[in-house]
Write a protein that binds this ligand. Structure first.
Ligand SMILES: Nc1nc2c(ncn2[C@@H]2O[C@H](COP(=O)(O)OP(=O)(O)OP(=O)(O)O)[C@@H](O)[C@H]2O)c(=O)[nH]1
Length: 361
């Protein structure tokens, strides 16, 4: 799927940089172009593609300090600059636009929904968001920002592909220490998804096409991506069980949004050397995904790749009902209530000016 990426905020910019690096390293050519947008000048310094500084008159290049309403305002005020930087980058070849952002901060969390809405008015290709959820142990501000941003982005975008930072975290490591490794892991999975419609090697009928990705995301709402890989056997027959077990692991323990298994639609992509991909194993795995997700729309396809490993990549569309998401929204709602209670303690009159309390979930 030929894609144009827009990274917003620090996390958005770093993850976009990682995605571009992975696509280059693998020689896929699925990412047509990328830009990074931020209100913090320092965060744009290490970005090797076009950058746009927003909100300079308001925050003087210092970022919005986690204030996502300010993040939305500066994006709204400077949207013309961002959109004109995209001119000529979203070419006729582009099949999708992805806005990439951490949902817990200020610039990405506030700015991404504004940008998605504008892009949808201008372009005919689907506009997706790739949103990063804050870890469990991040502060209340991050949870509140992410709860609000998630709702708005999911409404505005054609689909919001969610990545939970906790899903990729190694034990004993702080979230910050792990960011580089987390970004690499996410970039590998999402990068394979972008490339999986590109069919670099092989032209068999079973090869997955970009339209399968788009159709899986068509139901809108929230999406997740699962991945697992194993050593490949020499031939297809020897990989029947491997495909089944990588598919199970991809869905049950390898998704970007843990415990998201119920879905409206799914796409199972099996990547590996064409003559080692077992038709029987792929069909069996696809039926298993159908049962497990409860979806009758499970698409499937191969991703021919010259590799000694065999991998399952599962894209899930419409995972709003997942326990993990409900738990997160509850966490965000609790954090909002706590913040409002603290505000009321300081200023009792503020209780009457606030109507957002019950609107979060
Ligand atoms: N996966 C991942 N998450 C990150 C990274 N950096 C920050 N985050 C997460 O993103 C959220 C913070 O968003 P940032 O992108 O740093 O903030 P911002 O959008 O630049 O906004 P301001 O700094 O407030 O202007 C937190 O929940 C972090 O856990 C990163 O490199 N990778």
């Amino acid at each position: 799927m030929k894609t144009v990426l827009i990274g917003v905020g620090q996390a958005g910019g770093k993850l976009t940089r990682e995605l571009v690096a992975f696509d280059d390293r693998m020689g896929f050519g699925a990412i047509l172009d990328a830009v990074a947008v931020n209100s913090a000048e320092a965060d744009l310094r290490d970005i090797p593609f076009e950058t746009i500084l927003v909100g300079q008159d308001r925050v003087k290049g210092h970022g919005v300090g986690g204030d996502n309403e300010l993040g939305a305002e500066v994006m709204q005020a400077d949207k013309r600059e961002v959109l004109s930087a995209l001119d000529g980058r979203v070419t006729a070849e582009a099949e999708a636009i992805f806005v990439v952002a951490g949902l817990g901060g200020g610039t990405g969390s506030g700015g991404a929904p504004v940008l998605v809405k504008e892009l949808k008015r201008i372009y005919d290709v689907p506009v997706y968001a790739l949103g990063i959820l804050p870890g469990d142990d991040e502060g209340a501000m991050y949870q509140v920002n992410a709860g609000r941003s998630l709702k708005t982005v999911a409404r505005e975008a054609d689909s919001l592909l969610l990545v939970d930072n906790d899903a990729f975290r190694s034990s004993g490591e702080s979230l910050e220490q792990g960011f580089d490794a987390i970004n690499e892991a996410i970039a590998q999975r999402i990068g394979l998804l972008f490339a999986s419609g590109e069919a670099v090697e092989g032209v068999a009928e079973s090869v997955v096409d970009s339209s399968e990705v788009i159709n899986t995301l068509r139901s809108g709402g929230i999406a997740a991506l699962g991945y697992a890989a194993a050593e490949s056997a020499e031939d297809a027959e020897g990989n029947i069980n491997a495909v089944m077990s990588t598919t199970r692991r991809a869905l049950l323990t390898g998704t970007s949004l843990p415990e998201a298994t119920e879905a409206d639609a799914a796409l199972l992509v099996v990547a590996g050397k064409p003559d080692t991909i077992p038709r029987k194993g792929v069909e069996r795995a696809r039926r298993w995904v159908e049962e497990e997700t409860g979806s009758l729309q499970v698409r499937g396809g191969d991703f021919p790749l010259d590799s000694g490993r065999i991998a399952s990549l599962i894209l899930l569309g419409g995972v709003e009902r997942s326990d993990r998401l409900e738990a997160f929204m509850q966490r965000a709602k609790d954090a909002v209530e706590e913040a409002e209670a603290a505000e009321e303690r300081e200023d009792p009159a503020s209780a009457w000016s606030n109507d957002e309390l019950d609107d979060l979930i």
